[in-house]
Design a protein around this ligand. Structure first.
Ligand SMILES: [Zn+2]
Length: 132
């Protein structure tokens, strides 16, 4: 199999479910993808994303969220971002994350606590951008 110059290197891991080689791109400087990397920093991000996904599954309606405050909107965006980050890289995930980012930008523009909340959102998206 040949690989184009700009194409990212594939993850070296084998998928436990299928027994096939992982199809995800390897992270720069790591032979593994986001989901298979043993790098402690990547593992921490992965654990955080999994917890966010787990929380998203448990929350049926998000209790107490009325979407009438910026805090409520951030909570919903955070849950949706966790879901979106769990999708395979591709056009659907890109559209979902782009839409979330645009919504977050509109909310942030009207939020007096802009810098701190922006840093939290950036931390969620960091690492995912490096994959694509
Ligand atoms: Zn992998």
């Amino acid at each position: 199999m040949t690989r184009a110059k700009n194409e990212p290197r594939r993850c070296a891991a084998t998928c436990r479910k299928t027994g096939e080689r992982c199809r995800a791109p390897a992270l720069p400087g790591d032979g593994m993808c986001f989901w298979h990397s043993s790098n402690p920093a990547t593992r921490a991000k992965r654990d955080s994303a999994r917890q966010a996904g787990g929380r998203a599954l448990r929350i049926k309606p998000i209790e107490g969220v009325t979407l009438q405050t910026a805090k409520d909107i951030y909570r919903v965006l955070g849950v949706a971002a966790g879901d979106g980050l769990g999708l395979r890289p591709g056009a659907l995930r890109a559209r979902i994350l782009g839409s979330l980012a645009a919504t977050a930008a509109r909310v942030l523009a009207a939020d007096p606590d802009l810098e701190r909340r922006l840093a939290e959102l950036e931390a969620r998206f960091e690492g995912q951008e490096k994959r694509s």
